[in-house]
Design a protein around this ligand. Structure first.
Ligand code: HEC
Length: 151
């Protein structure tokens, strides 16, 4: 029993040497979702607080991003989140893709699937109140309805 404990401890210490890469890709605000759409400040601040850590190139890394294995878990979410939907590169998306992503955004907020529960447990400021949920859903629906396929 004691040997297992020591071995675990050694593993925990050793993995601390494998830090994640915390450099964010460069941000071009001309492609940023909030910037392009000139999102009202009250909506923008909610989207930033609830989604931008995983769905943009403006991730703010919390203290546990220096502690393994938590940081690997976090990094996985950031990489996957950006790949699925990156608000920082939204301007590069084709209209069809924008349409599809906005549809998903509305659906996932409605179903309380985003922001991820594992995240809001720690980041209370990111969880959406009913009022903010409604605000975001209405806003994303509006943006979706204004998409222009002839651009
Ligand atoms: C802690 C990180 C994290 C936060 C915060 C977060 N997401 Fe996600 N999101 C993910 C991950 C990881 C995936 C991909 C896996 C999945 O679908 O569960 C994802 C997937 C999505 C998808 C699916 C895209 C597709 O085409 O299937 C949408 C849409 C989305 N998130 C929207 C949001 C919105 C809107 C917010 C804020 C209200 C948000 N997310 C907050 C991590 C996050």
């Amino acid at each position: 029993m004691k040997k297992i404990f020591i071995a675990l401890l050694v593993v925990l210490v050793v993995i601390q040497f494998f830090q994640i890469d915390k450099t964010n890709p460069p941000v071009d605000l001309n492609k940023d979702f909030l910037k392009i759409n000139n999102t009202p400040a009250d909506v923008a601040s909610v989207v930033k607080a609830s989604c931008y850590d995983c769905h943009s190139n403006e991730t703010k890394y919390p203290w546990y991003s220096s502690v393994q294995p938590a940081a690997w878990f976090l990094k996985g979410h950031i990489d996957e989140g950006r790949e699925e939907l990156n608000f920082s590169t939204y301007g590069d998306y084709q209209t069809k893709r924008k349409d599809h992503k906005l549809e998903e955004v509305i659906e996932l907020i409605e179903k309380d699937e985003m922001p991820l529960a594992s995240y809001t447990i720690i980041h209370k400021e990111a969880s959406l109140s009913e009022e903010n949920k409604t605000k975001l859903i209405e806003y994303f629906k509006k943006i979706k309805s204004e998409l222009n396929y002839n651009e």
